[in-house]
Ligand binder design. Structure first.
Ligand SMILES: *Cc1c(COP(=O)(O)O)cnc(C)c1O
Length: 243
């Protein structure tokens, strides 16, 4: 077994246990493996261990990997901030985008999505805890943005995504994640047909799953520490970026 395979199995186990503890079906939560800063070989090792959905933050780095791995049936999710001048690359190369937080970006993605590809699957990023990152729409503005995004022809609105600040403990983390779940449920009551709530990372996936996440984005617990140099499959050509 490779290290990545062992770590992937451990993450899958954590997800199953968290689903069980929350009284949720064991397949209620999808694992997105966050491969930022790791090379194509690491993605390939995860694929060999049965993982097909991968998340990337840095568009240029991602496009290189996506192109190098074109021969594999992988699903690529953009989970990093998107500037206007990068929307075309995102629309042409990714399957999903989790970080839509303004209409202008959504409109560009819709206009630039190539005809030959299925609609781009999108989540709206919500700043649920008023955190200082500034990314994400406020909860108050989420419904109107969701309604506008849902009208765009080449996008398929799937749900919401959030990246709260690290919480002090499990209960505090759940309190924040439950706000996101409440908003997700409200938007569905309002008639939007959302099936994806993207929240939870290596450190807080249990709290996210207990609070109703349907997709966890897990990087270091699958691929190793992005800060250490002793990582298997660390990208040689790309500078590791610390986030
Ligand atoms: C890096 C990143 C992750 C994964 O973080 P880990 O702590 O390595 O699991 C998840 N979501 C986003 C948006 C990220 O940037």
């Amino acid at each position: 077994m490779t290290t990545i395979q062992t770590q992937l199995d451990a993450v899958r186990h954590r997800i199953r246990v968290a689903c069980h503890d929350a009284g949720r079906a064991s397949d209620a939560v999808t694992l997105l493996a966050v491969s930022k800063t790791f090379c194509a070989d690491a993605v390939q090792a995860a694929y060999a261990a049965g993982q097909t959905a991968f998340g990337e933050n840095y568009i240029q780095e991602a496009v290189e990997k996506i192109t190098a791995l074109k021969h594999l049936p992988l699903q690529w999710h953009c989970i990093g901030p998107i500037q206007s001048n990068k929307t075309r690359l995102v629309a042409e190369h990714f399957d999903w985008v989790h970080t839509v937080d303004r209409l202008k970006i959504a409109q560009r993605l819709s206009e630039q999505r190539p005809e030959g590809l299925p609609p781009l699957q999108v989540c709206i990023q919500v700043n649920v805890d008023g955190g200082p990152t500034k990314s994400g729409v406020t909860p108050d503005d989420a419904l109107s943005l969701a309604r506008e995004v849902a009208q765009l022809p080449r996008l398929h609105l799937r749900g919401l995504m959030c990246i709260p600040e690290p919480a002090s403990d499990f209960v505090a983390a759940c309190a924040i994640f439950k706000r996101a779940r409440g908003l997700f449920d409200l938007l569905n009551v309002e008639g939007l047909k959302l099936d994806t709530l993207s929240m939870g990372m290596s450190a807080d996936m249990e709290a996210a799953i207990a609070s109703g996440s349907t997709m966890v984005r897990v990087g270091s617990a699958v691929f190793g520490d992005r800060h250490s140099s002793s990582v298997v499959g660390r990208s040689g050509g790309l500078q590791p970026k610390i986030v």
